[in-house]
Design a protein around this ligand. Structure first.
Ligand code: ACO
Length: 382
């Protein structure tokens, strides 16, 4: 028997493969441009709100005031959790990390949704709103549970950012705090076929359900090469500790050929426009909240990286200055990646619905590189 052993060319990491079409976000990695439905991210970060951005992504146009009011009403009506979910959160080990808790609790939500397996577009849109609205509640509730504090129930008079910070801290945020989180949510809402979005699209392409797809995506986001990088940046800033240790620490890592978290991107070979905005925004926030040292250490790291690797297209990505932003908001380090997830649900859900409108099972091939035509050796002869 003859076997064709020619190995096909493999696109490792799928770096040059276009595996889907999307109308939601456009990235020009060489020019450092990101647009949501044609609108530059900078204009949205300056002028919009997270809820308006989600409406833009899902409906492919900016809402009118009455459409936005109606959309907000639908989201806020879904902030609360079924009683059984509040009880379930109390059963999660308080030693669990928030990302493990979020992934598990989002999956569990499916069991309380009668529409979980309804594949119609209408049901998927309602589930998207539920997931978007309930994720912040799950994150805040788990954090209070692990700290031995009583739950703070959601308040439908507030937007997602304010409601989340109130549920988390037990008091209303200042305008600056709520604006900072809202901006982060806008900047993270969608980003082409990134790893977690791709993973979610793979799941939905099997005609599984929205909860399964979003659970898949959360698990994929968690890794330090993707959404987990914001936590890794903060760990690094804490390890460095003082301005006068920055140079030695970063240069040492580069000499050892170790990666600096929060730098580099698969698509951007120019400055990530989300990082451009966050860098400016965070400067004032860090100063106002006594976190100037974090900001200054970050800018020094950027200077060193600029001299060492910018020529190779390695610049700060969105995660780099997010770390200082979230630290300035007083968030625990392990809540940083859940903030990313809370926002990216907008993109994941939008991509699932977009994928289902023209579904084809995503099933690439693996080039087999093992042996052929080997005999089966009986157990007693091995
Ligand atoms: N620090 C130092 N060197 C780097 C960095 C970095 N952060 N990122 C890439 N490089 C170098 C690599 O060492 C490699 O060098 P080599 O050619 O000499 O081996 C080269 O640049 C290419 O790097 P790859 O990892 O192969 O590039 P890829 O496109 O696969 O990776 C990635 C992109 C994973 C984001 C990478 O830049 C990285 O690991 N960055 C750190 C983690 C991080 O910040 N992730 C968040 C990404 S943004 C997001 O998910 C929201």
């Amino acid at each position: 028997m003859s076997t064709n052993t020619a190995t096909p060319e493999v696109d490792k990491g799928l770096a040059t493969t276009y595996a889907a079409e999307t109308e939601m976000s456009f990235i020009d990695g060489s020019k450092g441009i990101l647009e949501y439905v044609g609108i530059e991210i900078d204009a949205l970060a300056r002028n919009s709100s997270f809820e308006e951005v989600v409406s833009l992504l899902w409906n492919r146009r900016l809402p009118t005031q009455s459409e936005l009011d109606a959309f907000n009403k639908k989201i806020r009506a879904e902030y609360d959790l079924p009683d059984a979910m509040w009880a379930m959160i109390k059963q999660v080990p308080s030693s669990a990390t928030p990302m493990h808790a979020l992934r598990t609790l989002v999956s569990a939500l499916a069991m309380f949704d009668e529409e979980a397996d309804d594949p119609s577009e209408g049901a998927n849109e309602r589930k998207s709103i539920r997931l978007l609205a309930k994720a912040p509640t799950l994150i805040a509730a788990f954090d209070r549970h692990r700290k031995g504090q009583d739950f703070v129930k959601p308040d439908a008079s507030m937007n997602i950012a304010s409601n989340f910070l109130t549920m988390l801290n037990g008091e209303k945020p200042t305008d600056t705090m709520q604006k900072a989180l809202d901006v982060c949510l806008i900047l993270h809402a969608d980003h082409g076929l990134n790893a977690s979005t791709f993973a979610g699209r793979v799941t939905i392409s099997t005609l599984s359900d929205m909860y399964s797809a979003i659970t898949t995506a959360i698990g994929t986001l968690k890794g330090p090469l993707h959404g987990g990088a914001n936590e890794a940046v903060m760990v690094m800033l804490n390890e460095i500790g003082e301005m006068d240790r920055v140079d030695q620490y970063i240069k040492g890592k580069l000499d050892r050929k170790e990666k600096i978290m929060g730098f580099g991107h698969r698509v951007y070979k120019a400055y990530d426009p989300r990082a451009t905005y966050l860098k400016t925004f965070t400067k004032q926030l860090a100063a106002d909240t006594g976190n100037q040292k974090l900001y200054e250490m970050s800018t020094r790291i950027e200077q060193i990286m600029d001299e060492a690797v910018a020529a190779r297209g390695i610049y700060p990505n969105v995660d780099f200055y997010s770390a200082t932003t979230y630290a300035s908001l007083g968030l625990d380090i392990d809540l940083f990646t859940p903030m990313f997830a809370m926002s990216r649900i907008a993109g994941w859900a939008g991509h699932c619905i977009e994928h289902l409108s023209d579904n084809r099972l995503i099933r690439p091939r693996a080039a087999y590189v093992g042996p052929h035509e080997k005999p089966y050796v009986p157990m007693n002869e091995r």
